[in-house]
Design a protein around this ligand. Structure first.
Ligand code: PLP
Length: 630
């Protein structure tokens, strides 16, 4: 556990159990020992078609843990409740979940259900997000907010007004000044009195990677001048009472509470000014940005860590709003936040398999005979070999490496010119490997090939260099003897992971054992990865299971299992028609396979059929032989 810093980034949800496997404490610190869930047991259960109730799901796999989601949501609420209570704040906290972080139906439905006791709502940033948020909130608390952010057209605003007609507690947040005329006109047309918010462009700027949306030049929001024009216009049309919410978003992964305090205080001043100007302000919506400590370092200096806890975050927000409002004798507003990453990151684990590792062949030159090797070398190369041997006898290691390098380069050039055979080139490689290994200069890092597409499942690593903790989910009672980088299935040199938390360029890994399986987990990836992921090389998403704690024999139950998209599914996305393709290929086969036996033809046709129906990922081990003989 220490090697992978699990206690740092994983607490209180992930730890290593007595069997050396990663286990999940689904309720965080409140989890009892018998409630812990062993991740390897989940993988075995859902991937093995022969186990009792086994589902035969193909890897890779996303394990969703709704209990963890509930725990995160309740922890956020409790942190704010505590801050409100302990500081004598005179209004409450009422958050929303920005669905962009993970729009999965069950994730959003869970959040609405778990949060309904404390009026937790949703935030949408596009029309499909608004549609899903509206339908999910029909089952939520009637007071829960439906915050409508993002660029808006007539259709978006009409939908938001419709949501208000459905008695959903909808707020249309103006991100662009032009949206105001649409809101005024459409609300008159549909006779709906809207509740309006404005997104302010703060001067406070977050300097990390995610800070480009903040500051005066940020992409979204209204400047001070624009906010004043909005107020004036609303007053003119007698709708200033509709303006009730002030929103801002400093950026994701806010590194420190000092930056947070700075931003919230600035926004609280704008809030107080809007009250002074006559708006019926009720809510300050502090946006997202509550960060995740991906490497467990608790540092405010890095994009992948944060120097505060949930409690520190809530206390800083409540204090900043309270101090400004008290100074200006303004009634405390309801505090809303749009934390996404902090709510959903922990609840899902991506599990994938290392299927092979680049072999570190024991260097040897004997197979082609040393005498033949030296004899066959050109004169200069023979001199290099002689110098190399002399330096080795004298123990001059640097000189050895120099001549080994020179020998190799010379032989490669000779090979390219056609004057050296393949056997001799292989023998030269062997000599140089022996020298490097003997002098400790050989590269000990292996490449582990993983049954995964990084572009599909970890797009933030490829796109923005975001690091996530990656750990073998078993064999943690054995010290890993190797170091490796991970290389995926795509035909793309960017499809590899060679940076890991802690600034490491390789990961401690175990040696792959015969036909044993080796499973790795990527943790804290529940936010953003699924919707951003692409279809590079037509690898679709992983299989997904939902797993809840249970008091039965296994300590867990699989409540839902969905295989990942098949080859047909991904082909269809690119406008191909798999049924037609199958018929074309079958027809061609009938023409070409006249001479083969009926049985052989049938076997080939059924393997073609399987190719369309299986996922694009490798079918590994037992299940591959099983599917081929089926
Ligand atoms: N709200 C808005 C307006 C955003 O742009 C974002 C994401 O960048 C969020 C909320 C969610 O942020 P986070 O996931 O960092 O909490």
């Amino acid at each position: 556990a220490a090697l992978y810093k699990i206690d740092g980034w994983g607490a209180p949800y992930f730890s290593v159990n007595a069997s050396g496997n990663v286990s999940v404490r689904p309720f965080g610190a409140a989890t009892l020992a018998h409630q812990e869930i062993d991740l390897l047991k989940i993988v075995r259960k859902v991937s093995d078609p022969k186990s009792s109730g086994g589902l035969g799901l193909q890897m890779p796999l996303i394990v969703r843990l709704p209990d963890v989601l509930k725990s995160r949501l309740e922890s956020l609420q409790s942190a704010f409740d505590l801050a409100v209570q302990s500081q004598g704040y005179k209004a409450h906290y009422q958050g929303v979940y920005p669905v962009k972080c993970n729009q999965d139906r069950f994730v959003v439905e869970d959040i609405v259900r778990f949060g309904s006791a404390f009026r937790f709502g949703l935030e949408a940033g596009s029309k499909p997000e608004l549609l899903l948020a509206m339908s999910c909130l029909c089952k939520g608390s009637p007071d829960a907010y439906l915050i409508c952010n993002g660029f808006k057209d007539v259709e978006y605003i009409s939908l938001a007004l419709f949501a208000r007609k459905l008695s959903l507690n909808t707020v249309i947040v103006l991100e662009q000044e032009e949206e105001l005329d649409l809101v005024i006109n459409l609300s008159k047309k549909f006779s709906v009195r809207p509740v309006i918010g404005v997104r302010a462009k703060l001067r406070t700027k977050h300097s990390g990677h995610f800070g480009s949306t903040s500051g005066e030049k940020g992409k979204f929001g209204l400047t001070t001048t624009q906010i004043l024009r909005v107020v004036r216009k609303l007053k003119e049309v007698d709708m200033l009472d509709c303006l009730q919410l002030l929103h801002f978003h400093i950026g994701s992964q806010i590194p420190s509470t000092s930056l947070l305090t700075d931003g919230v205080s600035e926004a609280a001043q704008i809030y107080c000014e809007l009250v002074r100007l006559g708006a019926h302000m009720q809510v300050i919506d502090i946006g997202g940005g509550l960060g995740i400590d991906y490497d467990g370092s608790k540092s405010s200096e890095s994009d992948i860590s944060v120097g505060y806890s949930l409690e520190d975050y809530a206390a800083a927000v409540v204090q900043a709003v309270r101090l400004v409002c008290d100074r200006r004798c303004i009634k405390h507003p309801i505090i809303c936040s749009e934390s996404g990453r902090a709510i959903v990151s922990h609840h899902s684990v991506l599990i994938f398999e290392a299927v092979s590792a680049s072999a570190y062949e024991s260097p040897s030159i004997t197979s082609f005979g040393l005498e033949n090797f030296v004899e066959g070398l050109p004169v200069e190369a023979r001199a290099d070999y002689g110098n190399l041997s002399d330096a080795a006898i004298k123990g001059e290691y640097e000189t050895c490496l120099f001549y080994a390098d020179q020998l190799k380069q010379r032989c490669v050039n000779q090979f390219k010119e056609g004057s050296l055979g393949m056997e001799q080139l292989a023998a030269v490689d062997g000599v140089c490997d022996v020298v490097s290994k003997a002098l400790g200069a050989a590269d000990p890092v292996r490449t582990y090939h993983v049954n995964l597409s990084i572009f599909t499942s970890i797009p933030d690593f490829w796109g923005i260099g975001q690091l996530f903790p990656i750990v073998p989910i078993h064999r943690l009672d054995q010290r890993p003897s190797m170091r490796g980088i991970l290389s995926d299935l795509t035909c793309d040199s960017d499809g590899k992971i060679d940076k890991f938390i802690g600034g490491e360029s390789s990961l401690p890994l175990h040696e792959l054992e015969g036909d044993g399986r080796y499973y790795l987990g990527m943790f804290l990836g529940g936010a953003y990865e699924e919707a951003i992921g692409g279809l590079h090389n037509l690898f679709g998403g992983p299989s997904v299971v939902r797993v809840s704690q249970s008091d039965g024999p296994h300590s867990f139950v699989v409540t839902r299992a969905v295989p990942g998209p098949s080859c047909s599914d991904v082909l269809r996305i690119m406008q191909h028609e798999p049924e037609l393709m199958f018929e074309t290929l079958k027809h061609r086969a009938e023409e070409c396979m006249d001479g083969s036996s009926i049985a052989a033809n049938a076997a080939l046709a059924s393997s073609l059929d399987r190719s369309f129906h299986n996922m694009p990922y490798l079918v590994v081990g037992a299940s591959s032989s099983c599917s081929l003989t089926a």
